[in-house]
Design a protein around this ligand. Structure first.
Ligand code: TYM
Length: 329
């Protein structure tokens, strides 16, 4: 049986990118694998150190995980900061992570550019904390979106380096996963490359249908094609990318044909797109509303999850300590 692990930072509500990049794949995998899904609240501190919203954000993400179909009977759901073992593994892995490679990470460079007033050590060592999350449970597969590919590659490198350094076969090299397909990137509706919280261009799982209709209606488009079969500009390709994940192949083919024959009406396409997004999000939204006030249930889920996660983490950490030479007196 394979071990699968994934996580989402607790920086706000979950959006379509999180769902199609990570959550949906994870939900499908939980039937046949040993699964861990966690809320990366330590990671959120690298960009959002706000005591007033930390707990509320964790609660939102937890509620939305459950609503999207993560089943605590099948998977272990936990909050990162409930498992202190991760901090120790992070510290130990940091001894073998080098400034040169950390400072070259794309996400670090991007964040350093975006928040020049707060280029903290947590931001620099974000990949080692992420590696600790993954290696702590010796995960085989990590369902993530395209933007996390480099972090996964670094995790593989840290695992390999540890094994080589101590001449052991201890850590597995985990693989990024999206159902045997390429990792996916859900674009923004503003013509930008990525849907993301900090980009402010998201459709949230919790958005009401009216809000989704409005956001899709406002999506950036162009003047329309003038030559048959012409290449699509980025903003139109973006709409098609989202259509491909929410709609049926017939619908996608219909609009592809319309594009190729220069007969496309963006109004029709957007109406269909909004409708199909709402089909995906509505059941999740309804479930969010059902469970978000059930504090006893949420408490039970994370308490049991932390216990199971700590058991697995404790075993790995004991092995690492032994390999590195820590001995009891
Ligand atoms: P985060 O919180 O930015 O995103 C969570 C997951 O959602 C995916 N995602 C997307 N996928 C496709 N298109 C998009 N527009 C899009 N936006 C977000 C991300 O790829 C990710 O899978 N570093 C992680 C959190 C983390 C983690 C881990 C993940 C910490 N430790 C260990 C896996 C394993 C992050 O910031 O994700």
């Amino acid at each position: 049986m394979n071990t699968v692990l994934s996580g989402i930072r607790s920086t706000g509500n979950l959006h379509l990118g999180n769902y199609f990049g990570a959550l949906r794949n994870f939900v499908r995998m939980q039937e046949e694998n040993k699964c861990f899904f966690f809320i990366a609240d330590y990671h959120s501190l690298t960009t959002h150190p706000d005591p007033g919203s930390l707990h509320g954000n964790v609660k939102n993400v937890l509620t939305e995980y459950l609503a999207a179909g993560i089943d605590p009977e099948k998977s272990t759901i936990y909050i990162q900061s409930d498992v202190p073992e991760v901090c120790e593994l992070y510290l130990l892995l940091n001894m073998h992570a080098y400034l040169g490679e950390l400072s070259k990470t794309v996400s670090f460079k991007e964040k350093a550019r975006k928040q020049p007033e707060n280029v903290n050590a947590g931001l620099l060592t974000y990949p080692t904390l992420m590696a600790a999350d993954i290696l702590m449970h010796n995960a085989d597969f990590v369902p993530v979106g395209k933007d996390q590919e480099q972090h996964l590659e670094m995790t593989r490198k840290f695992a390999r380096r540890f094994n080589n350094m101590y001449q052991v076969e201890f850590f597995k090299e985990p693989n990024a996963y999206n159902f045997g397909q390429e990792l996916i990137k859900i674009p923004g509706l503003d013509g930008s490359g990525k849907m993301g919280k900090s980009e402010g261009n998201c459709i949230y799982l919790k958005d009401e249908p009216k809000v989704i209709e409005k956001k899709v209606k406002r999506a950036l488009t162009d003047q329309g094609p003038t030559v048959p079969n012409q290449e699509k500009p980025e903003c139109i390709e973006n709409l098609f990318t989202i259509l491909r994940v929410v709609s049926t192949p017939e619908v996608v083919n219909h609009f592809e044909d319309k594009w190729n024959t220069c007969e496309i009406r963006y109004g029709d396409m957007k109406k269909q797109l909004a409708e199909d997004i709402i089909k995906v999000t509505s059941p999740i939204r309804e479930r969010i509303l059902e469970i978000e006030n059930d504090d006893a249930y949420l408490h039970k889920v994370v308490t049991e999850g932390a216990e199971k996660a700590r058991e697995s983490a404790g075993k790995t950490l004991a092995g690492v300590r032994e390999i590195m030479g820590f001995k009891p007196f």
